[in-house]
Design a protein around this ligand. Structure first.
Ligand SMILES: NC(=O)c1ccc[n+]([C@@H]2O[C@H](COP(=O)([O-])OP(=O)(O)OC[C@H]3O[C@@H](n4cnc5c(N)ncnc54)[C@H](O)[C@@H]3O)[C@@H](O)[C@H]2O)c1
Ligand SMILES: [Zn+2]
Ligand SMILES: [Zn+2]
Length: 388
């Protein structure tokens, strides 16, 4: 084939619509942008649907620091199809259903080869935080030619995005795309934390601080693993009714506890403290309270919340000496490329409840409504459809 023909077949930049955040905390603006072709090891994805996770909101609000960069394309929970691939990409091809995920896996580093870790040490924790993970540059430009920053290796609030193949999970086409989308972050985080990080056992007691999609996915995971008591803690009383669909058996509203602390009440309800506690809000004070709610001897607390204010966690060492442990996890300790496929299968097999997490749907042009709904505590996940 002549070089002219080859050049004409090579993927070109695409013009499409994206929801851009120009300044921290400001509503997103739908603008036309240009998305570069995928470079070596990269995949260009046509996003079909995306949803809003609280981590988007926390970092959308943040004005300063290394994770803050504007203008930016947020979004990291999505499903799409491969539009084109760069050199060396063999794992996926045009037309495949894929999830872009914020947690990378190279498949070769010490962590990727170990069953004990899901934190790829080749790419590190900040992979793709504001630019492409291998060279730090952007594949997005606005119509003035100015660079738009990436977000968490994904940037899904755009009709087309480019991600590194390390951030791609391939799924079979038999899962509906909106259910698949949920598995790209929040629901995998919660279910994975109960399953892989805590290892919840049959008959055990569980306490969950924060009943958003992540907290309720912990409940769903604990329900599937046979927990006997699943206590939810949330300031929003409406979360008890909805939580029952995911196996919640008890509810505590911290604002109506009177003299007693939440940990005291949990200890009374569980004969000494819950076997497994989870923090799914993002407040250091509640991470400590969750730890105090866990049982002496073997109680384990799993931190999932992204601390909203960057505050440090303060624990009483005497309480820790009495046999408690604390750990944290990204994306529920899952190995994204293999474990998310297992969760998709459990949905197909009608075991894992995904439907009830989608409480609202909006078209892409109304993306700011998804922010309002989450901030008002009305939605679990609002599905944002690109073609509606
Ligand atoms: N570790 C990970 O890999 C990972 C992945 C996804 C999300 N997250 C984090 O998990 C957390 C939850 O995300 P989400 O999308 O479910 O959020 P969400 O906003 O849907 O849910 C948060 C819940 O916490 C409740 N809440 C807020 N303040 C409270 C308080 N002081 N006391 C009791 N309840 C309170 C709210 O009413 C709400 O129900 C966030 O911090 C998010 O950044 C972490
Ligand atoms: Zn998320
Ligand atoms: Zn790796």
């Amino acid at each position: 084939m002549g070089s002219n023909q080859e050049a004409s077949m090579a993927p070109k930049a695409i013009r499409c619509k994206a929801a851009i955040c120009r300044n921290a905390g400001e509503p997103l603006v739908i603008e036309e942008i240009e998305v570069d072709p995928p470079k070596t090891w990269e995949v260009r994805i046509k996003i079909l649907c995306t949803s809003l996770c609280h981590s988007d909101v926390t970092l959308w609000k943040r004005k300063l620091g290394p994770v803050s960069a504007f203008p930016r394309i947020f979004g990291h929970e999505a499903a799409g199809v491969v539009e084109s691939v760069g050199d060396h990409v063999e794992e996926v091809k045009e037309g495949d259903l894929v999830l872009p995920v914020f947690a990378p896996s190279c498949g070769e580093c010490r962590d990727c080869r170990s069953t004990k870790s899901n934190i790829c040490s080749k790419f590190g924790v900040d992979s793709g935080l504001i630019g492409m993970p291998r060279d730090g540059t952007s594949r997005f430009r606005d119509m003035k030619g100015d660079v738009l920053h990436h977000f968490l290796g994904v940037s899904s609030f755009t009709e087309y995005t480019v991600v590194d193949v390390a951030h791609v999970v391939k799924l079979s086409l038999d899962i509906p795309v909106d259910k698949a989308c949920l598995l790209s972050c929040g629901i995998s985080t919660g279910v994975g934390a109960a399953w892989k990080v805590a290892g919840v056992e049959e008959g055990s007691t569980v306490a969950i601080f924060g009943l958003g999609a992540v907290g309720l996915a912990v409940a769903e995971g604990a329900r599937l693993l046979g927990a006997s008591k699943i206590i939810g803690v949330d300031l929003n009383p409406e979360k008890f009714e909805i939580g029952k669909k995911f196996g919640l058996t008890d509810f505590i509203n911290p604002s109506t506890c009177g003299e007693k602390s939440v940990s005291q009440i949990i200890k009374e309800m569980t004969d000494g403290g819950a076997d497994y506690c989870f923090e799914c809000i993002g407040l250091a004070s509640l991470m400590a309270e969750a730890t105090r709610s866990s049982r002496e001897g073997w109680g384990k607390t799993v931190i999932l919340g992204l601390e909203m204010h960057g505050s440090p966690l303060s624990l009483n060492p005497y309480e820790m000496l009495r046999g408690r442990s604390v750990s944290g996890a990204l994306i529920g300790g899952l190995k994204p490329k293999s474990d998310i496929q297992l969760l998709a299968k459990r949905y197909i097999d009608k075991e894992l409840n995904l439907e009830e997490f989608i409480t609202h749907e909006v078209s892409f042009k109304d993306i700011n409504k998804a922010f309002d709904l989450l901030l008002q505590g009305k939605s679990l996940r609002c599905m944002i459809w690109m073609d509606k």
